[in-house]
Design a protein around this ligand. Structure first.
Ligand SMILES: [Zn+2]
Length: 47
């Protein structure tokens, strides 16, 4: 089970609503596009 690194919410791996980004060649999954954007702004805070 993946967790959103921004808020810690568990991500259910539905086929439609995958919100993913890659950082330091690792994939991160997010609960929402907002949290993906927050992560991408300052990934160092969440890893
Ligand atoms: Zn989140």
């Amino acid at each position: 089970m993946e967790k959103c690194p921004v808020c810690g919410e568990e991500i259910y791996q539905g086929e439609e609503n995958q919100i993913v980004t890659e950082y330091q060649s690792e994939q991160f999954h997010f609960c929402s596009e907002e949290h993906r954007d927050e992560f991408e702004e300052s990934p160092g805070e969440y890893t």
